[in-house]
Design a binder for this molecule. Structure first.
Ligand SMILES: NC(=O)c1ccc[n+]([C@@H]2O[C@H](COP(=O)([O-])OP(=O)(O)OC[C@H]3O[C@@H](n4cnc5c(N)ncnc54)[C@H](OP(=O)(O)O)[C@@H]3O)[C@@H](O)[C@H]2O)c1
Length: 307
């Protein structure tokens, strides 16, 4: 497995397994399957409501904790210093671990600055090895890297070292290649991670003639070609599948190379816009606000997706 070195020097496998939309009922089995296939990098989040099952699977697998790279994300209702700190301690408990390798702020809204200070402290305390952000599109990304990551002083006068995000996890796939975003992340030394690396199969991507043609040239599946394209762009991926055969397929992408011409043909599939929604759309920002309110209620786990 290829590793990426993050800006604080720690290593992260470039390929992992993500558990968004994997229900608590099936999550333990799915993560155990993924670990058996060979994945050693799991991407979960507070908002996926399956941290407990991810923790159970890691425990049951018998694989040493140090051999697994574990990411989770703080959800919006836990933003702000106090709430963020408390929520990370809960995540540690659910994940049944002494430390999380990478903790992200899941969305670019609300009191992300306060939440970031809590994460910086938790790094100092050894509970988090690296911290990052997600869905910070270019204006907010640049703002955050410049204004949120400076040293700060606690009430008792001690100084907490400011930390620049190690990663920014954003939507990236052949229909939304995000070239401009990637240039900005490179400028700031922040590792890009792709969510929906397979575009969740949307917009007919699994029947795309260009991708099918390239796949047949290599005797590989279309999915392997897409994942290989990400890896050759230096982007960290963690495709989701509930199907063990698909997990195996997605894992076997290190035995072939796409040519420059094939990379360009895939880059040219870019449609220049999200296949889901824009974080810059004010209607969507209001939807997030309403979702946070709903999730504060006991029955609020099942908020309907708008996209
Ligand atoms: N930060 C964020 O806001 C954010 C947002 C979305 C996702 N994420 C992270 O990114 C991860 C991946 O994104 P995603 O789950 O949205 O979508 P994805 O990985 O792009 O696509 C998942 C879909 O592709 C299918 N699939 C996967 N491998 C396949 C294969 N080899 N052959 C055929 N079908 C295949 C799966 O179906 P089967 O189950 O049938 O294989 C599933 O329907 C998530 O799990 C999560 O960890 C983060």
């Amino acid at each position: 497995m290829e590793n990426i070195t993050l800006n604080n020097g720690i290593l992260m496998p470039i390929l992992g397994y993500g558990v968004y939309q994997v229900t608590p009922d099936e999550c333990e089995r799915c993560v155990l399957d993924a670990l058996e296939v060979g994945y050693r990098h799991i991407d979960t989040a507070q908002a996926y409501f399956n941290e407990q099952q991810v923790g159970n699977a890691i425990k049951k697998s018998g694989i040493a904790r140090k051999d697994i790279f574990l990411t989770s994300k703080v959800w919006l209702e836990h933003f702000g210093y106090e709430e963020c700190r408390k929520s990370v301690l809960v995540s540690l408990e659910k994940l049944q671990t002494e430390y999380i390798d990478l903790m992200l702020l899941h969305q670019p809204f609300g009191d992300a600055y306060g939440a970031w200070r809590a994460l910086e402290e938790l790094v100092q305390e050894g509970k988090l090895r690296a911290i990052g952000i997600s869905n910070f599109y270019v204006d907010r990304f640049v703002e955050f890297c410049n204004f949120a990551c400076n040293d700060w002083t606690r009430a008792d006068g001690t100084i907490v070292k400011g930390i620049r995000p190690a990663v920014n996890q954003i939507e990236i796939h052949p229909y939304h290649t995000q070239s401009q975003q990637l240039e900005w992340m490179q400028k700031y030394g922040v590792q890009p991670e792709a969510w929906a690396p397979l575009n969740e199969g949307r917009n007919g991507i699994f029947n795309d003639p260009v991708l099918l043609d390239i796949a047949s040239n290599h005797g590989k599946s279309l999915h392997q070609v897409v994942l290989r394209w990400h890896v050759q762009r230096g982007i960290v991926i963690f495709p989701m599948s509930r199907n063990k055969e698909h997990m195996i397929d997605n894992f076997n992408i290190f035995d072939f190379t796409l040519s420059d011409d094939e990379m360009e043909r895939i880059n040219a599939l870019d449609r220049g816009q999200s296949a889901f929604f824009s974080h810059q759309n004010p209607d969507m920002v209001e939807w997030f606000v309403q979702m946070v309110e709903a999730r504060k209620k006991p029955e609020g786990q099942n908020v309907q997706k708008k996209w």
